[in-house]
Design a protein around this ligand. Structure first.
Ligand code: PEP
Ligand code: MN
Length: 334
């Protein structure tokens, strides 16, 4: 971290600042120019409050040189992390296809869709049992029954399951879930992230509706700092000013995250666009720009889906897309 002091700061004030920084465990290198003094902070600066430092009357500006995240930083771990979800590998050249309905609705629905997406090459089955709906009057998911139906679908097809947790109180119910999803709305539920850090289970961490990549990585850091390194990041679109699509898919996030972190990065073109007809082009684009996988909503009867029918592919549309994704993969950048 670099701290530029204002012109004409007294020796005494400067010494007080250096003492205060020393108390926080960092060493200070002073570089005295003709007009300006620059302090270089050496050591672990993660605990230094940059905003507080910048607000001091003698400080002109503060710049972080190293990022505040460590466990997930590529600087500290240059090799790609490969996350294993019950035998399915994600990252480091392993591309994953995750598919299934937005919500589990019935045994017939989830088992039927699981069979169809498996036949098209999907390796993991998604399906929400606890749904974070904007309106309390909308379908909230089948809860524990939904989890039970996901287990049935796993037994029938062999596909490991990915499903969303909404809070710490449900943790016990998720013991045999293969991969736990943290949805966009819970990306900064820090109590939940800490609890997931205690587990040794793969976590799918989705980017929040209006969160920066740094905030996404800091949330991953919460899980990893607890000892759980099995984190997969998911770009699922962010809020911008345009409303033709449900969200704006930030595809540059994929190569940028690959630079910043060793964690796998997958893309959700379903929630990013909100429109079934946009899922194919954006799924292909995500594959081409180096995503480590796609999570896609598929429904046997989108017109009657209890949630997100407008963005759900029919099984035959998914099959076509999966085929095209495989072809793009042959020439993709990663
Ligand atoms: C979902 O995957 O069903 C979901 C609710 O996604 P998000 O958290 O990205 O909105
Ligand atoms: Mn959905």
């Amino acid at each position: 971290m670099i701290v530029v002091l204002k012109n004409g700061v007294s020796e005494e004030k400067r010494a007080q600042l250096i003492d205060w920084l020393g108390e926080q465990g960092v060493k200070v290198h002073i570089s005295q120019g003709e007009f300006q003094t620059v302090l270089g902070l050496i050591g672990d600066t993660t605990r230094v409050d940059m905003d507080l430092l910048g607000s001091l009357s003698i400080v002109d500006s503060v710049k972080r040189v190293t990022e505040p995240f460590k466990c997930c930083s590529r600087k500290f771990h240059p090799e790609d992390t490969v996350v294993d979800v019950s035998g399915v590998k994600i990252g480091g050249g392993n591309f994953v296809m995750i598919a299934g309905p937005c919500s589990v609705e019935s045994e017939e629905q989830i088992v039927g869709i699981a069979r169809a997406v498996k036949a098209s090459g999907a390796q993991l089955l998604r399906g929400g049992a606890f749904k974070p709906r904007t309106s309390p009057y909308d379908f909230q998911g089948l809860a524990a029954t939904g989890l039970e139906l996901l287990r049935v679908a796993r037994r029938e097809t062999g596909l490991p399951i990915v499903t969303e947790i909404m809070g710490t109180s449900a943790l016990d119910l998720f013991q045999d879930v293969d991969m736990i999803q943290v949805g966009a709305r819970n990306m900064q539920n820090f109590d939940l992230l800490k609890e997931l850090g205690r587990l040794r289970k793969p976590i799918l961490l989705k980017r929040g509706l209006a969160n920066t990549l740094k905030e996404l990585l800091m949330s991953a850091e919460y899980i990893m700092a607890g000892g759980n390194e099995r984190v997969v990041l998911c770009e699922r679109g962010i809020r911008t000013f345009d409303d033709y699509t449900r969200n704006t898919l930030d595809l540059a996030a994929v190569p940028m995250l690959h630079e910043l972190t060793h964690l796998p990065v997958i893309v959700d073109p379903s929630h990013a666009t909100g429109l079934a007809r946009m899922v194919r082009p954006m799924g292909l684009a995500a594959t081409a720009c180096g995503a480590d996988g796609l999570i896609i909503e598929v429904h046997n009867d989108p017109l009657h889906a209890l949630c997100d029918g407008a963005q759900s592919l029919r099984p035959e549309e998914y099959e076509k897309l999966a085929d095209e994704v495989r072809r793009i993969r042959e020439v993709a950048v990663r």
